[in-house]
Write a protein that binds this ligand. Structure first.
Ligand code: TA6
Length: 300
């Protein structure tokens, strides 16, 4: 893994991208351009913050998050890969896979023609990953910072045999109060929950969160909008390359079981997660790839 001096020498862009350290000494990229500021931890390829100019941060971070190798960062955008949720057959393996528990390397940084900033991070299979998941892969995460932020998780099968994977771009949105918001976009979609596998249909145009929610919306390519009366804004939660969307808020009881979340924290975040999971897992043949994209921004 390259150190700060090496990273800044090879990838820094004057007045646009600089590599520094977060709490716990984790290395991060600080991005600043005419559109926004963003902070991206190389550990986990974890976007910590995305703050468009003259806007509040669109991402919520837990004030109790860990920032240490071996533990997931709580808040921002965890990358769930190569599996979403618990491992299908071995509960001793990390929840949501190992991508968020590993340092990613810097592949490229560039200023784009429209003055957006692009940073691409990457990991690939090695002896350690193969102990957890016996396949040859390369994963790249391309983050494009403009008025909106585009997050592209590009997974390549670099081996000779096919593999299945699931993933999610597990975004924690910063909201004024869970009782002040409603979610538009999933009307008419099928969903089940973490507590009830029976398929339901989202009849109402809006989803209002009044208790714990752990919804798995399937067979949908729909974009979502979070209407936040308290912050007087609408947040676009769009996606590409995904036919499943998870909507999660732990509410007041479940959150008490999560030591890296303050008990009241559920009031100020909502997760809407573009995924390839459930009946939307991805099978890659040798040399194939798939891109899952999340696009977030303030909707005017
Ligand atoms: O995406 C929702 C979910 O699967 C919930 O069940 C909850 O476990 C959440 O992810 C957070 O998981 P984590 O492992 O980050 O605590």
């Amino acid at each position: 893994m390259k150190n700060l001096d090496q990273l800044n020498k090879e990838f820094a862009i004057k007045n646009e991208i600089e590599f520094t350290t977060l709490q716990g000494g984790l290395i991060c990229a600080q991005v600043s351009n005419e559109y926004a500021e963003a902070t991206i931890s190389l550990y986990g390829a974890h976007i910590i913050s995305f703050k468009p100019r003259n806007e509040r941060d669109l991402l919520w971070m837990s004030p109790k998050s860990d920032f240490e190798i071996g533990k997931p960062i709580r808040g921002g955008i965890p990358i769930c890969f190569p599996w979403f949720g618990p491992h299908s057959s071995d509960s001793s393996l990390p929840m949501h896979g190992f991508a968020r528990l590993n340092y990613w390397g810097v592949v490229e940084t560039k200023k784009m023609s429209d003055n957006k900033t692009c940073i691409c991070l990457g990991i690939k299979s090695n002896a350690d990953t193969k102990k957890l998941w016996p396949y040859e892969f390369k994963a790249q995460m391309e983050v494009i910072i403009g008025k909106e932020m585009e997050v592209r998780l590009n997974v390549f099968n670099t081996g000779s045999s096919s593999f299945d994977y699931s993933c999610a771009i597990h975004t924690y949105y910063n909201i004024s109060d869970i009782c002040n918001i409603k979610i538009e976009g999933l009307q008419g979609t099928e969903f089940f929950t973490a507590y009830d596998e029976n398929i339901q249909i989202q009849d109402n145009k809006y989803i209002e969160v009044t208790n714990e929610e752990n919804r798995r919306h399937i067979n949908t390519t729909a974009d979502c909008i979070i209407h936040d009366k308290g912050y007087n804004r609408k947040i676009l939660a769009a996606k590409k390359g995904s036919k499943s969307t998870v909507v999660w808020n732990p509410w007041s009881e479940t959150i008490k079981k999560m030591p890296d979340l303050p008990e009241e924290g559920y009031k100020n975040y909502l997760c809407i997660e573009p995924a390839n999971a459930f009946n939307d897992c991805i099978t890659l043949q040798s040399e194939q790839n798939h891109i899952t994209t999340a696009i977030i921004g303030v909707k005017l």
